[in-house]
Design a protein around this ligand. Structure first.
Ligand SMILES: N[C@@H](CCC(=O)N[C@@H](CS)C(=O)NCC(=O)O)C(=O)O
Length: 206
């Protein structure tokens, strides 16, 4: 399998999941500014949507959308329990979190990463993120990870997205459960390995 990624981007989430799962995944870096891979290939030929993460399977099929990719990877190695089994309520809890992170957190960073976005939209995005983070902080009360004591794909995605907060002066330290979660995930050996492989020492970039 090949995982198309960009340093510190949301592709860090499936990168972490692949390492947690012990799957052999070849990393292919993409320059999102030029839309090309490291060897000059037009990335739109791989994924017409032009964004990472993109997973190319050994049979040549292409899978896109982070929440779909992490579920696919986790399901390859069920004994690692990176996602609850199909049909269980816990599975839908994981999907519930993946959707929340995708639509309420990940995409809320959009204006912050867009230099030409109006200041008012940046302020509104930060306010919205603040409210959502308060909710996550409440949900993590008494829990190690989003689903309880077991690390899951949702945690890899949450960690990835929240690793962007320092770039925008979004304070996690006042949200003690979130801050403790970030540290708990950061020190996992697979997470450390993913950060090192992307040339990141403490977290993601975008
Ligand atoms: N809906 C996609 C969004 C992925 C996404 O936003 N990727 C960003 C990096 S975090 C990207 O590649 N942006 C470049 C672009 O959209 O051209 C997913 O959830 O996987």
């Amino acid at each position: 399998m090949k995982l198309y990624y960009s340093k510190g981007a949301c592709s860090l989430s499936p990168h972490i999941v692949a390492l947690e799962a012990g799957l052999a995944v070849e990393l292919v870096s993409v320059d999102l500014r030029t839309g090309t891979t490291f060897d000059g290939t037009d990335f739109k030929k791989v994924n017409p949507k032009g964004y990472v993460p993109t997973l190319v399977l050994d049979n040549g099929e292409t899978l896109t959308e982070g929440p779909a990719i992490v579920q696919y990877l986790a399901d390859q190695v069920p004994n690692k329990a990176l996602i609850p089994g199909h049909g269980s309520l816990a599975r839908y809890r994981a999907i519930e979190w993946l959707n929340f992170i995708s639509t309420e957190l990940h995409k809320s960073f959009g204006p912050l990463f867009t230099p030409q976005a109006p200041e008012a939209s940046k302020v509104a995005a930060k306010e919205n993120l603040g409210k959502r983070l308060d909710y996550v902080n409440q949900e993590l009360n008494g829990k190690e990870y989003l689903l309880g004591s077991q690390f899951s794909v949702a945690d890899a995605y949450l960690f990835t997205v929240l690793s962007w907060t320092p770039h925008f002066q979004i304070d996690l330290s006042s949200r003690a459960n979130v801050a403790a979660f970030m540290e708990r995930v950061r020190i996992r050996p697979a997470v450390q390995a993913a950060l090192r492989a992307e040339g990141l020492t403490s977290g993601g970039n975008n």
